[in-house]
Design a protein around this ligand. Sequence first.
Ligand code: ZN
Ligand code: ZN
Length: 308
Amino acid sequence: MCGERDGTIELRYARLVLCEECFKKYFVERVRKTVDEYKMFKPSERVAVAVSGGKDSVALLHSLKMAYPDLDIHVIHIDLGIDEYSEEARKVTEEVSKLVNVPLHIFSLKEEKGYTIKDFIGTKYGRRICGTCGIIKRYYMSYLAKKIGADVLATGHLLDDVVEVMITLFVDGKFGDLITQKPVLEPDFPNQVRKVKPLVKIYEWETRLYVDLNNLPRLTRSCPLRIGARSIRRKEIIMRFEEQEPAFMRRLYRVFTKKLIPILEKSVEKPRLQPCKICGGPSLTGICSKCAREVYLKDKKHLDIKIG
Ligand SMILES: [Zn+2]
Ligand SMILES: [Zn+2]
């Protein structure tokens, strides 16, 4: 791109070899193009960026700020209360927010609700604790984004993540759920915000490189509660396809979003959602999965939890 420096980074999917400086620019440019292509937000909107401290969300925040220096960006962070892991996550998030000069809002489960993810250990939700953590995290990210007046919630989901989920859902025959992997999800309830995935065309190895080349802080620990590596194993298998056939993941994502999902949206009946009696959020049965878990903890473990 620059015609000056030696190219050291090979992007096989794009048949490009770039120098480090041009790679950083190319990364930011692709984030901008993805946002524009899917009309993720308007320049006048307030964008909440969910930062966990991991490399993907750090790369998301930094590249969004580089692509849109004047955008009204706010960082939101959920403190899950998982010992040193959460402490480091919080520290990294504070550091990177300061670095890009963006206000930070933290929601601490312990302080605001009276429990932590660790409280699920040893309960019936303990075996699938990552799923429970995801449900709770997603709820409070939306909640916090809404609370700070954001129009949009941006998350750091990457191409590798989305393709892995799509293949899993496809194999399991859960075609209706594929719709949730769209790059833009409009709210289906008034207390929600639009959710967007600006990194959805970026490979995982690219975010790692972007964070390294920009010397950005990032979480060094992995979550101590994480069990089962099925999704990681699947990602490795998908990566092997990619090695044999560059741009495989990009093509698969394109086919799913441009061809399959539009058909599904017409033919698959949307689940009939009703407002949760406790929090007002979307639910299938009248109590949402998040509130069901909070009620369970309160009843079984007699914790002083603020439900709702
Ligand atoms: Zn260059
Ligand atoms: Zn609820």
